[in-house]
Ligand binder design. Structure first.
Ligand code: SAM
Length: 287
């Protein structure tokens, strides 16, 4: 990402999460009342002025909203299951403008740590202050590419994290932007601060050897590269269990966004997500 600019992809996914509010109540599967505050002023204005007509005016928007509904719901459910089982610590690795600490009442008794790049984190703090929202999260500033990840457990401990208590780490929309070295170091750091009973929920882009990426996948790669945040990392789903196992995690679940959409959304909305979409959500347990 660009050193001095808040993440543009974080801005976009937060906006798409917030625009879920355009969907009817009986279809919506995740709510983020804070997302729109992070959108560009042009999108915010369009949203406020044309709210009822926006989906019809921008056909491609429906895909993004549906995609973020599914991704958000799968990870929100991971949070709920963790909390139901007694979990009280969350680390949002590359938190961006994720406002789970604010928007999920289930987290009222949990301690949420948000780790992110200083440019993105500063913008988040300023934006929440501007709209008068007070997040209970603890902020830990980090650049995954330049600051040694083996220092992260200590930095979290300084912010109040207890490594003897189970932690759910959410690594949402981040792995695809990192180098392999940063991925490896990050996973080892997560394992280091995660005791038994901890979990890791993450999204990733799947690599399918010998298969041409779809037109939609190529378009997304092109756009994120233009925003200064190119895709750099893909996992082969068949190799993910061994990769995680070598770093202290057992894969418990791994689902493609299109298949999850078919289960969670009505067919007309699910079908806006291309069958060739290669994004996936995985859940792993610390062993
Ligand atoms: C697509 S956003 C996802 C944000 C959030 N997890 C979500 O899903 O809404 C990617 C996030 O990764 C962070 N990120 C990317 N590269 C980073 C780096 N080298 N160091 C720290 N954070 C980084 C960005 O600041 C941004 O918040």
């Amino acid at each position: 990402m660009r050193e001095d600019t808040p993440s543009r992809t974080a801005q976009w996914v937060a906006a798409a999460r917030g625009m879920g509010m355009l969907l009817p109540d009986d279809v919506r599967i995740a709510d983020d009342p804070y997302g729109i505050a992070f959108a560009s002023t042009r999108i915010q204005r369009l949203f406020e002025e044309r709210r009822p007509a926006l989906l019809a005016a921008l056909p491609g928007l429906k895909h993004w909203i549906a995609y973020m509904q599914v991704r958000t719901r799968l990870l929100d459910d991971a949070v709920r299951n963790f909390v139901d089982a007694g979990g009280r610590q969350l680390v949002l690795l590359g938190a961006g403008f994720d406002c789970r600490a604010l928007r999920m009442p289930e987290l009222a008794d949990a301690h949420v740590f948000e780790v992110d790049h200083p440019a993105t984190q500063t913008h988040k703090i300023d934006t929440l202050e501007r709209i008068g929202a007070h997040s209970p999260a603890s902020y830990v500033t980090w650049d995954f590419e330049t600051r040694p990840m083996d220092e992260l457990p200590e930095a979290l401990a300084d912010a109040g994290h207890d490594a003897q208590v189970p932690t759910l780490t959410i690594w949402e929309g981040v792995t695809m932007y990192l180098t392999e070295a940063a991925i490896d170091a990050s996973l080892r750091a997560v394992a280091d601060y995660s005791c038994r009973g901890s979990q890791l929920a993450m999204t990733y882009q799947a690599k399918f050897e010998g298969q041409q990426p779809s037109l939609a996948a190529r378009a997304v790669s092109f756009v994120v590269a233009r925003l200064g945040e190119p895709f750099r990392w893909y996992w082969d789903p068949a190799q993910l269990p061994a990769y995680l196992e070598a770093r202290g995690f057992a894969l418990a679940d791994d689902v493609g966004t299109p298949e999850a959409a078919d289960k969670l959304l009505p067919p007309d909305l699910a079908s806006t997500i291309s069958r060739a979409d290669h994004s996936r959500v995985a859940l792993a347990e610390r062993v």
